[in-house]
Design a protein around this ligand. Structure first.
Ligand SMILES: *[C@@H]1O[C@H](CO)[C@@H](O)[C@H](O)[C@H]1NC(C)=O
Ligand SMILES: [Zn+2]
Length: 532
């Protein structure tokens, strides 16, 4: 009997029939694998052949395994198992090996030595590893494996990122029996002996993925289970345990004493108490100015009196995506011990319609004394950020980065492909651009021009208007121009992440749901800054 009992093919992003076939395979495994007590899988990579008739090239780990099974892996790949094994797709092989693994997922990593792709503005080799490992792992999970070892595939960090990102699920409110099975993932034990560099990179990838998963968890949580109070407690509890982190949870009266009239005007429409979360991470020298991260934390956005249409309004539980990414990136930065000082400022509130809510045409006063005409109560993110930015400036930071699910307009302009990014600083732009190319999130520069500023500084009743005068035009750009009115430093960058908030099938190594993007890019950005 051939060593190859059964194979499944999975092309990337086509998984409908998968579930059924994996059920059949589960039965199959039970019949034939009585000698293997555990359900442990292995992920191995191969590179595309150099020519049409050529053979798949094995990674060093796959080579090792191939020797261990006396060349069976190579023989199997030469046969039907290797047919139509496209880049990013994997094949699960059963019975190759009897003692350690019930199954082996062989995944096509694409061409060897793929690096930076100029046209795509991304390190494509890393993305190939992430996509491949994620697909293979999900396949093994569906095949019933409860433990999996994953080889480095030439990039231990990317392999670990994909491993922990792809297995993330949100099942807190489901019955036990309906939850996604958990899988324990570790680095392929044969590679651990090669030296600590690989182990370190794997650990780093795991920390980055955990940071993004933390953001995804916060974003996905229903709004009644992730109020400003709960968010500040959950994040505060989590981060205060980490080295060099200090957490301050401010309340409404504090915000009042700081004259945050703009933030409070949004918060007062809701029965939920607003919170202002401040977190310090001191990984750098004590006299070094901090990098400030500001995250929009609207835990539910109904639109207020300018109420949103009801279709898909539930997604507005993730209107605290900026806050979540800031929390996740800080968690990762602290766990990595990055040598840099960071301060996170997170205004948290709900935007609701009520007898106390902002009304269109209302005028409110921000912390810096500027008056704002609130012509659309659904443009509330910029109102709460305005005060947070003013407050940020009081710390004389090295730079300020704000991140917010700010406008539907950025979704229209860029979709989920890239994050719309605004800054006048060339060095800051270069740094975030590089960070996004490494992580795969990708950042795209948008204009901060007087043209847009003029549209928000011609209010009928106040200094600025919270929506542009040319309605329906360049909404993401006018939002950025509005925020710019509340920062005096040029060392500022704004990320409009509304377009990347949800993952449908845009990023193959993330499941469906709230994406937690661009958490890893924020960490990468900090790491690059710490080396400058
Ligand atoms: C912090 O969150 C992570 C998940 O990102 C979790 O594993 C860890 O247990 C949490 N720690 C605390 C103290 O809550
Ligand atoms: Zn809104």
């Amino acid at each position: 009997m051939s060593a190859l009992l059964c194979t499944i093919v999975r092309q990337p992003s086509r998984s409908k029939s998968l579930h059924q076939s994996s059920k059949a395979i589960n039965r199959f495994v039970k019949l034939f694998s009585s000698s293997v007590p555990r359900h442990k899988g292995l992920v191995l990579g191969v590179y595309e052949p150099n020519s049409e008739e050529g053979e798949f090239l094995l990674t060093p780990a796959a080579q090792k395994f191939n020797e261990h099974v006396s060349g069976k892996l190579k023989r199997v790949l030469k046969g039907t198992a290797g047919k139509k094994l496209k880049c990013g797709s994997s094949r699960v092989l059963f019975g190759l090996e009897e003692t350690d693994f019930t199954s082996v997922a062989v995944v096509n990593l694409g061409k060897q030595d793929v690096d930076f792709d100029e046209d795509e503005q991304v390190y494509q080799g890393k993305e190939n590893v992430r996509t491949a490992v994620a697909g293979a792992l999900r396949l093994l999970r569906d095949a019933g494996e409860t433990e999996v070892e994953v080889e480095t595939c030439g990039d231990a960090q990317a392999a670990a990122e994909a491993s922990f990102l792809s297995l993330h699920s949100f099942d807190e409110f489901r019955a036990e029996k309906d939850r996604t099975p958990s899988v324990k993932v570790t680095l392929f034990s044969e590679e651990i002996e090669q030296g600590s560099q690989v182990v370190e990179k794997w650990a780093k990838g795991e920390i980055l993925a955990a940071g993004q998963n933390f953001a995804r968890y916060l974003m996905e949580s229903p709004a009644n289970k992730m109020t400003p109070t709960i968010f500040s407690e959950k994040v505060g509890e989590n981060l205060s345990q980490l080295p060099n982190c200090k957490v301050y949870i401010r309340d409404q009266s504090w915000a009042r004493s700081m004259n945050m009239g703009s933030f409070l005007s949004v918060a007062k429409g809701s029965e939920e108490e607003p919170k202002f979360l401040e977190i310090d991470y001191e990984g750098g020298k004590s006299d070094e100015a901090p990098v400030i991260f500001v995250g929009k934390g609207v835990t539910f956005d109904s639109g207020g009196i300018s109420i949103k249409p009801s279709a898909n309004m539930d997604n507005m539980r993730a209107d605290m995506g900026g806050a979540a990414c800031v929390a996740g990136s800080l968690q990762a930065a602290a766990r990595l011990g990055l040598p840099i000082n960071i301060k996170a400022l997170i205004p948290l509130c709900e935007n609701m319609p009520s007898g106390k809510a902002n009304k269109p045409g209302d005028v409110v006063t921000a912390m810096n004394g500027k008056t704002i005409q609130v012509d659309n109560t659904d443009a509330e993110g910029r109102l709460i950020l305005a005060d947070a930015l003013c407050y940020a400036e009081t710390f004389h930071p090295k730079l300020i980065l704000d991140v917010a699910t700010l406008t539907g307009a950025v979704m229209v302009a860029l979709g989920a492909g890239v994050t719309g990014t605004y800054t006048k600083s060339e060095p800051i732009w270069n740094t975030i651009h590089t960070a996004g190319m490494i992580t795969g999130d990708r950042m795209w520069r948008m204009p901060l021009l007087k043209y847009y500023t003029k549209q928000v500084t011609k209010a009928d009743l106040a200094d600025v208007d919270n929506v542009g005068k040319k309605r329906g035009e360049a909404g993401s750009c006018t939002a950025a121009a509005f925020l710019q009115e509340f920062v005096s430093t040029k060392e500022w960058i704004h990320l409009d992440i509304a377009g990347v908030m949800i993952n449908i099938d845009d990023v193959p190594y993330l499941g469906k749901g709230m994406s937690g993007r661009p958490t890893r890019t924020l960490v990468q950005f900090l790491e690059l800054l710490s080396k400058q």
